[in-house]
Structures are given as structure tokens and as C-alpha cells.
Ligand binder design. Structure first.
Ligand SMILES: Cc1cc2nc3c(=O)[nH]c(=O)nc-3n(C[C@H](O)[C@H](O)[C@H](O)COP(=O)(O)O)c2cc1C
Ligand SMILES: O=C(O)C(=O)c1ccccc1
Length: 379
């Protein structure tokens, strides 16, 4: 996006009379009015006392950018390259399960909105629509598949194969959800969307899963999903096996310790997402942005390094890039856009985020993503 384009769209924003929330706190409060209470609590909340959820954003706020000027940023380039593909923006959409909690069009709306911005969409294992339905809704756009390892590993390989067949570009193995975190909001609301069947689409469309069932009634399906999805025995041997089973790049999501980053590289992993699952899994753990520099030092540019959990503004993107990330992922912000306006709501969130990111990069003095990695930060 060039500076003139930014100006044009700014002016459009200012003259436009419609009121769509511009920032995260306005998005969250507007979404709280349209999503049923327990579902909203599920999306918003974090584990335990929500300290990690809080520091995911406050740790960004502690950092300040020291901008450079007189650097001719008139032709600034925000594009990134991942696994041989170029994407125009340095951000992707995080995998979020059970999006029907937010809007009935769920992943179908999100994948189309992402496609309209050429932003890769990472589809969750526990999505409300299947891999095949999502790919049919948006053929040709960039999609990655997030895998929750199944206790029956043949189900995992089957889902990976389906994603590969459907043209998905990468597999994201989430390693921080081997059991569900302690989520007080959901306990208070007696709310388990998984038990209500919101995340079954990929399972009921999987031959290996269906063949593993004693009977195909709804209760058996849900019970089988629950016994498959939480897998506390997950270890590096599974990772090595997964690498052998797919020709797609495999990215690990949920790394916070530099030693784990080192082991991931030794296991032949193609990319890392520094993440604490948006503060939803374990309270009292480090924020992603605090964990990033030590992991970046370990990885040392050998494989792509991505980050999520707490990205709310364009300046957060600059900070993450400056501390060693190659790209970031957005979670709750797009889910709230979905709740407020379906596909159009997600598009609006992405339009605003794209503009704020471009302006933030240029006003930091960065002409491209490589330069953003050299931006000075101070505590
Ligand atoms: C409602 C909800 C459901 C999620 N479901 C998944 C999931 O199925 N798989 C996964 O790897 N991460 C899941 N996540 C975590 C996100 O991928 C991401 O790590 C997190 O939301 C990023 O933080 P942010 O919301 O602060 O941007 C979920 C997050 C939310 C809010
Ligand atoms: O709610 C989540 O964050 C999530 O990732 C999840 C984990 C297990 C089942 C369903 C969703």
C-alpha cells in the first residue's frame, strides 16, 4: 500500500458516517452485546485469574518505539515471504475453533474476508465447517490447517491428508492444548461448546474417525471427539512422525521456551509460532512478546518465526517485528468483527488493521519488513 492510498482510505474513513468500532476495546464491548453471554465469556476469557491474558497486552504497552524520520517511506512495502509464497501484509488469522459461536457463517465468512485481503486463514481442527466446505467457499485463497493431534493417530494423518488434498499451504501443530486450561468463566457458565457439538465438522467428515466409532449417534461422536482431542502424551516423536507424513511445511504453535525452539529445529520443523494461546491455557505464564527475543536469538533466522497473543494495534506489529518476529497472527479481533458483521465485519477489522499497520511501519521509519526488524525499541 502506498502512502497516497493510505491517505485516500483515511479520508474515506473520516467522511464515512457508519460507526464500526475502530479499536479492540470498542470491538470487544460491541461484540459483548451481540454474542450470547456464555459464548462471549468463552471467547473473551483467559485461564485462571487472567493475569497472562492481561500481560499479553500490557507487556506490549511497556515497550516504546523510537522512530526514525527523513527516510523516504513513500513507497513502503509491507509484504512478507513465507515458505516460498509472498503475502501483502505481515499478518495472518489465528486458528479459532467453533466460530459459529460468533456468527452462523463462521469460517465461511472469515475465509472469504481473509481472501479479499490476501491474508492467510488458519483453520482450526475444531472448526464449525469442514476443510472441504471452507475450501469450496474460497478456492484458491491461502489457507493453513491447524492440527489438534488425535489419540488415534490415523485420524490426525487423515485430517492432514484432507488439508493437503484441498490445497492448504501448511500444517500448524498446536502443542499447548494437550488438556483444557482451567477456565473459570466457562465453569461458572457451565459452558462447553465442544460438548454442544460446535467443533465437530472436521470429525464427522472424516472416514477414519467415522470408522473408529462404535455407533454414529451424536453422543458417540461428541464422546469420541473428547477422547481424541486431549492428548497429554504428545511428544517430539509425534512431531517427527508428522514431518514424515506430509510434504507441507509443519509449523509448531505454542512455543515459549528457547530450548523448545531448539528442539523444534532439530526435529526438522519449518516454522514456529510463539504463543500462549491468547492466555486461555495456563495462567501465570510468560506473555508472547516477552518470550520472543530469547526465542528469536535461538532461532537466529533459520526458520520463520511468528507470534500471536495480544496483537491489537499496528504498533504491536512493529514491536513484534523489531523483537525478531517475521509475521504476527490476529485472534480475538477478527472474531469480534465476525460477530458484528459476518464477512463484512471481518473485512472491516482487516481493513483498519492493515491501514494502522502500514501507517505504524512508515511512521517508525521502516520502508519494509526487513527494516522493521531494525526499529529501535526502549523499555
Ligand atoms: C475462542 C477461541 C478459540 C480458539 N481455538 C483455537 C484452536 O482451535 N486452535 C488453536 O490452535 N488455537 C485456538 N485459539 C487460540 C488462537 O489461535 C490464538 O492463539 C489466540 O487467540 C491469540 O491471541 P489473541 O486472541 O490475543 O489475538 C483460540 C482462541 C480463541 C479466542
Ligand atoms: O478454546 C480454545 O482456546 C481451544 O483452543 C480449544 C481447545 C479444545 C477444544 C476446543 C477449543
Amino acid at each position: 500500500m502506498t502512502i497516497n492510498n493510505i491517505e485516500d482510505s483515511f479520508i474515506q474513513q473520516i467522511v464515512s458516517s457508519e460507526a464500526f468500532p475502530l479499536n479492540f476495546s470498542d470491538l470487544e464491548s460491541a461484540a459483548s452485546k451481540v454474542i450470547p453471554k456464555a459464548a462471549f465469556g468463552y471467547i473473551r476469557s483467559g485461564a485462571g485469574g487472567e493475569e497472562t491474558l492481561r500481560i499479553n497486552t500490557t507487556d506490549f504497552n511497556k515497550l516504546s518505539i523510537v522512530p526514525r524520520y527523513l527516510n523516504d517511506v513513500s513507497a513502503a512495502d509491507t509484504s512478507i515471504e513465507l515458505f516460498g509464497r509472498t503475502y501483502p501484509q505481515p499478518f495472518l488469522l489465528s486458528p479459532v475453533g467453533m466460530l459459529k459461536l460468533a456468527h452462523e457463517d463462521a469460517e465461511l465468512a472469515v475465509v472469504k474476508a481473509a481472501a479479499s485481503h490476501q491474508v492467510p486463514f488458519i483453520q482450526s481442527t475444531v472448526s464449525s465447517f469442514s476443510i472441504e466446505e471452507v475450501s469450496k467457499a474460497s478456492p484458491g485463497s491461502s489457507k493453513w490447517f491447524q492440527l489438534y493431534w488425535s489419540n488415534n493417530e490415523n485420524i490426525s494423518y487423515s485430517m492432514v491428508n484432507r488439508a493437503e488434498e484441498a490445497g492448504y499451504e501448511a500444517i500448524v501443530l498446536t502443542v499447548d492444548t494437550i488438556m483444557l486450561g482451567w477456565r473459570e468463566e466457562d465453569i461458572r457458565n457451565s459452558f462447553s461448546p465442544l460438548k454442544e457439538g460446535y467443533g465437530k465438522a472436521n470429525y464427522i467428515n472424516d472416514k477414519v474417525f467415522l470408522n473408529s466409532l462404535p455407533s454414529q449417534d451424536d453422543d458417540s461422536v461428541i464422546q469420541a471427539i473428547l477422547t481424541n482431542i486431549f492428548h497429554p502424551a504428545l511428544n517430539w516423536k509425534h512431531v517427527e512422525e508428522l514431518k514424515k507424513r506430509t510434504s507441507l511445511p509443519v509449523v509448531i504453535k505454542g512455543i515459549l521456551h528457547p530450548e523448545d525452539a531448539k528442539l523444534a529445529i532439530e526435529a526438522g520443523i519449518d516454522g514456529i509460532i510463539v504463543s500462549n494461546h491468547g492466555g486461555r491455557q495456563m495462567d501465570g505464564i510468560v506473555s508472547s512478546i516477552e518470550a520472543l527475543p530469547r526465542i528469536a536469538k535461538e532461532v537466529n533466522g533459520r526458520i520463520p518465526l511468528l507470534l500471536d497473543s495480544g496483537i491489537r494495534r499496528g504498533s504491536d506489529v512493529v514491536k513484534a517485528l523489531a523483537l525478531g518476529a517475521d509475521a504476527v497472527l490476529l485472534g480475538r479481533p477478527y472474531v469480534y468483527g465476525l460477530a458484528l458483521g459476518g464477512q463484512e465485519g471481518v473485512e472491516k477489522v482487516l481493513t483498519n488493521f492493515k491501514q494502522e499497520t502500514s501507517v505504524s511501519l512508515a511512521l517508525s521509519g521502516a520502508v519494509n519488513i526487513k527494516a522493521a526488524k531494525k526499529v529501535t525499541l526502549t523499555l
